[in-house]
Design a binder for this molecule. Sequence first.
Ligand SMILES: Nc1ncnc2c1ncn2[C@@H]1O[C@H](COP(=O)(O)OP(=O)(O)OP(=O)(O)O)[C@@H](O)[C@H]1O
Ligand SMILES: [Mg+2]
Length: 360
Amino acid sequence: MYEAYFGLRGKPFQLNPDPSFFYGSRGHRRAMAYLEYGLHQNEGFIVITGEVGAGKTLLVRSLLEKLDSKKIVAANLVSTQIDADDILRLVAASFGIPSKHLSKSDLLLAIEAFLVSTTAAGKRALLIVDEAQNLTQKAVEELRMLSNFQLEDHALLQSFLVGQPEFRAIMQSPEMVQLRQRVIASYHLGPLDLQETQAYVEHRLACVGWKGNPAFDPEATREIYNVSQGIPRRINALCDRIMLAAFLGEQRRVGVELVNQIVSEMREEQVTPTAVGAPPVPVGSAQPAAVALDLQRLLADPEAAKLLANAGPSFDMTRFDERLALLERTLSTTLNTLSQLLKAAPAQQEAGAEGGAPAK
Ligand SMILES: Nc1ncnc2c1ncn2[C@@H]1O[C@H](COP(=O)(O)OP(=O)(O)OP(=O)(O)O)[C@@H](O)[C@H]1O
Ligand SMILES: [Mg+2]
């Protein structure tokens, strides 16, 4: 809507992780370096964790774009609450291995045969699991078992596990000791700092032909940083609204007043406060402050009112928001999984008819 007005080729702050917008902050460059290091090691696990919206999926997609498909056969699967059996099927589907009607032991044999043939063809197999915080313990255990496959001295599979901060806690649990022994490197992707936030905003704008219109005042960028806490998804959501407001107000400059106006509008709308414009977390506080709500004003549905009233007078909006974000993510990962399965279906039928495993 505002793109043409500012002479831009496209939307600069879309929420989908598009590698052509990749900005190499210090953290993103380091995370990428860890993944590239893992590719050279060609065994074990690399674990990348990061805050919600920090850019993990974008990192994975950017890496996949760079990979030489003549040398590396990569499978990228997005995890929902998958159980042990399903994870093997999903791994098989992601690599294009026919798995229909196979028992678990046959499935394992099929995966091993595929990995052996990939290695024999001079290629390496890479498995990337995004949203790894959703894996059940048993599913993680199955992935560990896959990493045991070897041909002579060489591991047949390299795995990257990418997940939200809770995956770090999962990894620390006593049950994960065997997996931990196979982790060759891990890295936590944090938020951008103030300078990076400014560079990030300008980089995304420049990707669509920005020539300084609208100009962002330094105080405006500082406020964007304060409100977003340097989390790219929040920066995007906020900047998209700022651009729209600048267009509607015919402004060629973004000042701190405009940022403040948008932030308070978003708070009034209660648009996913932690995802968009949550108040900065007070220094020294581990949790964002709970939002005090006037439930009488907020609710029309008496059933919902009763439910929320039971939640206590200081209903914690941030937890509510977390649930919403979780539901949103689960929906998107389910769709992703379904589309991967659909993609794999014709390959399975074909291979079933020919009686062989397709190589990528
Ligand atoms: N380094 C970056 N350069 C450009 N855009 C980025 C960068 N990091 C994140 N973004 C943008 O921020 C948004 C969120 O990124 P992404 O979806 O990758 O986050 P995530 O860490 O995978 O989030 P979640 O925890 O919800 O899975 C996307 O629009 C993405 O394009
Ligand atoms: Mg993600």
